[in-house]
Structures are given as structure tokens and as C-alpha cells.
Design a protein around this ligand. Structure first.
Ligand code: MTE
Length: 317
């Protein structure tokens, strides 16, 4: 029988998915269970079968949104965008079930001094795993609050040491026709590619993500790793990444190629710049009936606005 020690329990589990998350209360609970600071971090398990809990995860409450409710895990797992497995929200949970996530390697290459191909289980041990509760905003004007598990992408970037001419980071995701029926459609130019400016990639909020809700990522949510950039629209977060490339020029991303008038490279959440098909002024939180106002940079302006000083965000949308 599996006995779970208090240090194995994350705040996302203490606060059930549909209970209100009051930050102060959450902090109190986490502190009383010794979850916050100074605890030794256990190694992540190697066997990462679907549904397995991630061990040794430390809560990092620094960025938890105040007075927000964590979404139900079902919202996260059953309402997905992962076009390699179909374009309906309910396709990926069914079609991605058999995605093979081991063995899995991630090639980190391009303009770096120390290129390296990581085995996913080694990559997961590169830095302590943290749980971070972030708002997640989709350009289609729905949103969620998700307890992600990962570590800052900067930990990986520091290890491979970008050269002076590396200005952008490109994320290339799996495109395997044998496993991904959606690749038969020409809705996007495969593989799904996303990118960030190097300073955005280095920002402490940018999370290399291996899990959510205490467990390894479900295939439909981008197992075995995706990227999470909470101040940008959800499509910036490529799922099932196989390659991370450091480049000089702004990457041509899948959505910019598909619709340059609709999708920009920056794609910062911005209630004052509408998408031609969806107003970005408001959003519907999954599980809620009425709409709420969308916050500039998805509520992370204090942390990230300085990245864009002097830029016209209507032009660089
Ligand atoms: N990554 C890949 N490889 N393929 C995709 O179709 N969809 C993006 C992003 N990452 C997508 C992807 C979009 S549009 C969104 S909103 C988020 O994943 C959705 O993440 P979720 O389904 O886990 O909520």
C-alpha cells in the first residue's frame, strides 16, 4: 500500500479543484505542511507512466494568483487543443491516449556553446521540480487556472550556454505520422513550431513543464514536456517538444505561417488588441458561466511589462 507523507502532498491537492484558492490560506496550509522553503528535493521518478505522481515537487507560491480557483482536473484533461490529434477540443483526450512518451529525447542545439541531446528522465532532474499555479488564457477567449509542475527554462538555457548571436529560442514538437492522425490535415504546416525571444525564454515565469495536478502530463496536455508562458496566449506553449533551437532570427511559428493577420510572434495576452474572430477584452473561465475581464499580460504585468518597454504592442501583437 502506498503511504503518502505530508511532504508528498501538494497544495493543489490540499485545495481541491473546485474549492476557492485564497492565497493566504494556501500559503498557511503549505507552510504548516513544510512545503514551502528549504526542504530537500527528492529525485523525480524515472518510470513516468501516464497518471504517475511526480515525486519531490516543491510548492512555489511566489506567483500564485490571489483569490483564484484552481480548475478541475477534468477541465484541463478533457478540453484540449492539440491539432496533431484532431481539431475538436474532445479529440486529443481520445486520440492521444497511446502516445509513446518513453524513450524520449530532447535535442538542444543551434547557437549554443554546449549543445546536448537530453534523455527526458535526465532532463527532469536538471533542476528542482516546482508546482506553480498559473492562469492560462487561450486566444479563443477561454481560460483556466492550472497547477503546473516543472522548472524555469532558464536552468536549461544556462546549462547549454547560448552564444552572443542567439537572440531567439525555437521549440519544435513531435510530428510522427504513425502516432498522430491530425498530421494528415493541412490545417498547420507541421511540425508545430513556436518561439520566444531569448529574454522571454530566460524570464523566471517561463516554465519547462513536465506535469500538472501532481502528476506527469497527460498525453493530450503535451506529455512528456511542454512550455508554459503564463502571460502569453496558450498557443505559444508547444506540446510534446523534441527540439529546442537557439537562433539568430525570429522563428517562423506554425500559427504565424497559418494566419499572419490573426497570430503574431509575441502573442502577449492583451485585452486592448482583439483577434479578428475573438474579442480579447473578456474571457470565460472554464466551469464559470459569466465572463470576466481579461487582465493585461494575463495578470503578470508587474513581472513582465518591462520586457516590452518602448514597443508598440498593437504592431507587435
Ligand atoms: N502544441 C502542439 N504541438 N500542437 C497544438 O495544436 N495547441 C496550442 C498549445 N500547444 C497545440 C500545442 C494551443 S492553441 C493551446 S490553447 C494549448 O496548447 C492548449 O493546451 P491544453 O490543451 O493543455 O490546455
Amino acid at each position: 500500500m502506498l503511504i503518502r507523507r505530508p511532504t508528498d502532498i501538494l497544495p493543489s491537492e490540499i485545495t481541491s479543484g473546485d474549492a476557492y484558492l485564497h492565497r493566504r490560506e494556501w500559503l498557511k496550509q503549505a507552510a504548516s505542511m513544510g512545503l514551502i522553503a528549504g526542504l530537500p528535493v527528492l529525485a523525480a521518478c524515472d518510470a513516468q507512466a501516464q497518471g504517475s505522481r511526480l515525486a519531490g515537487v516543491k510548492a512555489n507560491p511566489a506567483y500564485a494568483p490571489a483569490d483564484e480557483r484552481i480548475n478541475k482536473v477534468e477541465d484541463f484533461r478533457n478540453y484540449c487543443n492539440f491539432y496533431e490529434f484532431g481539431t475538436d477540443k474532445t479529440d486529443p483526450p481520445v486520440m492521444a491516449k497511446a502516445l509513446k512518451t518513453r524513450p524520449w529525447t530532447v535535442a538542444v542545439e543551434g547557437e549554443v556553446l554546449k549543445p546536448k541531446t537530453f534523455d527526458i528522465d535526465d532532463l527532469m532532474k536538471l533542476a528542482p521540480l516546482e508546482e506553480r499555479i498559473y492562469r492560462f488564457r487561450c486566444v479563443e477567449a477561454w481560460s483556466m487556472v492550472v497547477p503546473w509542475i516543472g522548472f524555469p527554462l532558464s536552468a536549461l538555457i544556462n546549462q547549454v550556454q547560448p552564444k552572443g548571436n542567439a537572440k531567439f529560442v525555437e521549440f519544435v514538437t513531435l510530428a510522427d505520422k504513425a502516432q498522430m492522425p491530425g498530421l494528415r490535415s493541412s490545417v498547420l504546416d507541421w511540425p508545430y513550431v513556436e518561439g520566444l525571444r531569448l529574454d522571454e525564454a530566460m524570464h523566471p515565469l517561463t516554465l519547462l513543464t513536465f506535469g500538472a495536478f501532481g502528476e506527469v502530463l497527460a498525453p493530450q496536455n503535451g506529455a512528456p514536456l511542454r512550455i508554459t508562458i503564463p502571460w502569453k496566449y496558450g498557443f505559444k506553449g508547444g506540446k510534446s517538444i523534441v527540439k529546442i533551437r537557439f537562433v539568430e532570427k525570429e522563428p517562423r511559428t506554425a500559427w504565424v505561417k497559418a494566419g499572419p493577420s490573426e497570430y503574431g510572434f509575441y502573442s502577449n495576452v492583451n485585452p486592448t488588441v482583439d483577434h479578428p474572430r475573438w474579442s480579447q477584452a473578456t474571457e470565460r473561465r472554464l466551469g464559470e458561466f459569466s465572463k470576466r475581464k481579461t487582465l493585461m499580460f494575463n495578470g503578470y504585468a508587474d513581472q513582465v511589462a518591462s520586457l516590452y518597454t518602448g514597443m508598440d504592442l498593437k504592431k507587435f501583437y
